[in-house]
Each structure stands twice: as structure tokens, then as C-alpha cells.
Write a new protein. Structure first.
Lengths: 307, 171
């Protein structure tokens, strides 16, 4: 060959300073770029940030658990469905963690100078277990598919009811995040509830599995609707929703699904707080430590984003 | 006067460049057709500020949209920045008529009317949609899954021509 044309090397286009040639770019981005994140008058920024971490950590940890199904779900359609739901929740987590960081930058862990890690990632990947504020329901290991859909039904029924009220938040950012979440979580709730019904009315084995799934997730339910002092405070300030407000609605919806599925509410004891503290206070079960070890290892090994 | 005319011309040119940028996941649609483009402003310093809104919270195409916009504007001689607008939330109703035609022409079923506000009803049976097969126009279609290759699409199949196809969900 006499001369090498510019098309001879498939790598040529990758060189040079134009990052946007990479599939999704190589630069970090702020999901709230350009959004006015001023905190409304009369709102305690620390309480608002803690509340955003609660809702954001629920989404982040549930998303991570659901993503563990990727390539392992019972069939391709459900593999795709669970991955899509995980992606929706990850998007909500990014917005909520970014909102927490904008409201109160002191919640963001300090990183080495020169680290390109944005606040939302610092919160996700560099916080220790004791500063995660998710409910313990979402951190439990997946179990089988029936356990996963039973838990997703409980979580998304509660989350949708909460988000439907949060659209009236005095905090315009939270209100906008909630308005998007309502549209997304409605699909999650339908998906999970339909599977609970399908499994319950399927074979003896599928019914046995979904009954066991409900018994597995039921002891953790109470934490979703138990008002934490932070939730009471943001509710009073008009920026958040105390979850006890949605307890009756959530119960009625779950009873509706159980009725169609001809299932009884499981009679199992709640797993209470430990020393007066539970997930919203950063008191978690062993399962979260293992999850975080896997989720955070790469970021913690490379805090400057370089290797 | 000359400055005003020049900046109006620049604004038109910037808008034309932005109008040509397509969605990375559904390249038959421009960002305008998809309804995610909120605003294009040429600022006093000549920089172009483009405002876009995400379709779904977790849409991984947002970063690519931003990069494609910045690059297209750079190629046309503009410095550009892209910012996010979350409110009002994107709705599939914002997809233009031209966008709906383009979807159908490329074998993707366009969305029907999005649900209106108010309490969200629990749906234990598949949502009834007025869906036609984009290949043979049959109404004999069945839902395979509410979740598809991207957050915004559901999977269907046509029981007449037997081909699978995607439907853009109503949100």
C-alpha cells in the first residue's frame, strides 16, 4: 500500500481533544445544571438535605439491588423491565442527591484536591454506611424473583403515593423531581403488582413463592410510614411530606392487590429499630455494608477519577 | 441597529443548527421533534445557551444530547452551553406531528394522549392503547412488555403480520 488514508485506522477518530466522540462523553455532568437551587425562606437547609438523602438513598439502593438482576432475570422481558426500573430510580437518586448537595454542601464527603468527582457521586460512593438514610427494606438481598416483585410492590406503592403529594412542595426543585417521578413510578407499581397477582394465581409453586416473598418483605414495611423527626420538620416547613400521611392510602392499595391475588396479609412480626435507631438514622443491617462494598469499591480506589 | 440585526441573524443561525441535532437513541427524531428542546438564546457575549429537559429522570442520553448540541454549535462557530430545565416535566404529548410521522415511518408506534393529572390509578391489567402495527397498520396487536430498549418504549407484537415493534409510551 502506497499511502495510508485517513480512514485506515479505526482508532484515528478517538484521538484528539474532542471528548464528545466517546459514547457518552468522558466529562462529568451536573443533572441540575442551570436549575435554580435556592432554598425557600424559612426552610432549614440541613433538614431539607437530610430529607433529600432519605428519598435519594431509597432510590439509589433499590436501584442497585434491581440492577443485580441484569442478565439473571427469569426471561429477557423481565430482565429489561427490572433494568429499566433500576435506571429510572438511579435517575431520581442522582437528582435528589444533587439537590441535597446544593441545599447543604456540608453533607458531601471531602475528597482529595483535584478530584473531578461531582457532589452527587461523592455522596453515592464516598459516604460510609452510617450516613446512608435509606429504609432497611431496600437494602435486603434480592432473594428470588417473587421476593423482588413483592418488595418492589411495597416500595413503589409507597413512593408513588408520597411523590403525588410532593409535587406541591414549596421547594421548586423537589416539586419538579416529584412530578417526573410520579410518571415513572406509576409504571413500576403496575409492573410489580401485576406480577404479584400473576404469581399468586399461577401454579402452587409460584403461589408458595410469592407468599414467602410477602412474608420476607412485610417486617420492614413499617419504616416507610413511620415519621422520622426530619420528615416531620420538612412537612411542617411545607417542603416535604410526612409519610404517615400516605399510610392509609398505601394500605388500601396493597389490600386491593392482595384481594385480586386472593392473598392474605402475612402475619409476621416487624423488625423494629435497633437501640432506637433504624435506616433513616443510618442504622442498617449487614446487607447494606456488603452492597456498598461492591458499589463503592472502584470509586474509592480511584478518588481522582484516574487510573 | 447593525448589532441588533447581526445578533438576530446569529440567533436564527444558532436555532437552525440546534434544530438539526437528532436524538441519540431515536435518530429519526430531532430534539425539537422529541419535545426536549426548551430554549435557544444567543447571549450578549455571543455564547449560545440551549435549554433541554430530560424525557425520563435516568435518561442516559442526556449527556450525549448535550455533547451533540455543543459540537454542532462549535462546528458552526458558536461557543455553547447546555442547561437543564426540569419543570414542567416532559410529556410524550410534546412529540411533534412531524416526529410522530417519523416514528411511524421508521417502524415505531407513536404514543397516544398522555394521562392527565390527578391520582394515578392502579392498573392490574395491561393498559388499553389505540396502537396500530407500524408495518401493516393492523390493530391486532398485543403487548409483550411495558419496558423496552430505552426508558421511553414498550414492546408490542402484531398478530397479523407477526412482526414485533416498539411503542413510545404515554407519560
Amino acid at each position: 500500500m502506497d499511502q495510508v488514508s485517513e480512514h485506515d485506522s479505526v482508532y484515528d477518530g478517538l484521538l484528539g481533544g474532542d471528548d464528545s466522540r466517546w459514547a457518552f462523553g468522558t466529562s462529568f455532568e451536573d443533572p441540575l445544571a442551570g436549575v435554580d437551587t435556592t432554598v425557600p425562606d424559612g426552610v432549614d437547609t440541613a433538614a431539607l438535605a437530610a430529607y433529600c438523602l432519605m428519598l435519594g438513598d431509597d432510590a439509589l439502593i433499590a436501584s442497585h439491588r434491581l440492577s443485580e438482576w441484569c442478565s439473571s432475570a427469569p426471561d429477557l422481558e423481565d430482565d429489561i423491565a427490572l433494568a429499566n426500573i433500576a435506571l429510572d430510580l438511579l435517575g431520581q437518586a442522582r437528582l435528589l442527591l444533587a439537590r441535597a448537595a446544593a441545599a447543604d454542601p456540608t453533607v458531601v464527603p471531602a475528597l482529595p484536591e483535584g478530584s473531578p468527582v461531582p457532589p452527587e457521586d461523592a455522596l453515592a460512593f464516598f459516604r460510609p454506611e452510617g450516613r446512608f438514610r435509606n429504609v432497611r427494606l431496600v437494602e435486603q438481598a434480592n432473594g428470588d424473583f417473587a421476593v423482588t416483585v413483592a418488595r418492589l410492590m411495597v416500595l413503589s406503592t409507597w413512593r408513588l403515593a408520597l411523590m403525588e403529594r410532593l409535587v406541591d412542595s414549596r421547594d421548586a426543585v423537589l416539586a419538579a423531581i416529584a412530578a417526573k417521578a410520579v410518571k415513572e413510578v406509576a409504571y413500576h407499581r403496575d409492573y410489580a403488582a401485576r406480577w404479584v397477582v400473576t404469581l399468586a394465581l399461577g401454579t402452587d409453586e409460584s403461589r408458595r413463592r410469592v407468599e414467602a416473598g410477602l412474608r420476607t418483605v412485610w417486617p420492614w414495611r413499617w419504616e416507610l410510614v413511620d415519621d422520622h423527626v426530619v420528615e416531620t420538620e420538612v412537612d411542617a416547613a411545607g417542603v416535604g411530606v410526612a409519610p404517615s400521611r400516605v399510610a392509609d392510602e398505601v394500605d388500601a392499595l396493597l389490600d386491593q392487590v392482595l384481594g385480586v391475588a386472593r392473598l392474605e396479609r402475612p402475619e409476621v412480626k416487624d423488625v423494629g429499630p435497633h437501640g432506637g435507631r433504624a435506616g433513616r438514622d443510618g442504622r442498617h443491617t449487614e446487607a447494606l455494608g456488603r452492597l456498598l462494598a461492591e458499589m463503592q469499591v472502584v470509586a474509592r480506589e480511584h478518588p481522582r477519577g484516574r487510573w | 441597529m447593525v448589532t441588533a440585526v447581526r445578533s438576530a441573524v446569529a440567533a436564527d443561525r444558532a436555532r437552525a443548527v440546534v434544530a438539526s441535532v437528532t436524538d441519540p437513541e431515536m435518530p429519526m427524531l430531532t430534539l425539537h421533534d422529541l419535545g426536549v428542546l426548551r430554549d435557544v438564546v444567543v447571549q450578549a457575549d455571543g455564547r449560545v445557551r440551549v435549554t433541554i429537559t430530560p424525557t425520563y429522570s435516568g435518561c442516559p442520553a442526556m449527556a450525549t444530547m448535550r455533547d451533540d448540541l455543543v459540537r454542532a454549535l462549535q462546528d458552526a462557530g458558536f461557543e455553547a452551553e447546555v442547561v437543564v430545565s426540569l419543570e414542567p416535566a416532559w410529556s410524550s404529548d410534546l412529540i411533534t406531528q412531524a416526529g410522530r410521522r417519523a416514528l411511524r415511518d421508521h417502524g415505531v408506534s407513536p404514543p397516544g394522549a398522555a394521562p392527565q393529572g390527578g391520582p394515578v390509578a392502579l392498573r392490574l391489567l395491561p393498559v388499553r392503547r389505540d396502537v396500530r402495527c407500524p408495518r401493516c397498520d393492523s390493530t391486532a396487536v398485543e403487548l409483550t412488555s411495558e419496558f423496552g430498549p430505552t426508558a421511553c418504549r414498550a414492546l408490542y407484537r402484531c398478530t397479523d403480520c407477526l412482526e414485533p415493534f416498539e411503542h413510545v409510551k404515554e407519560i
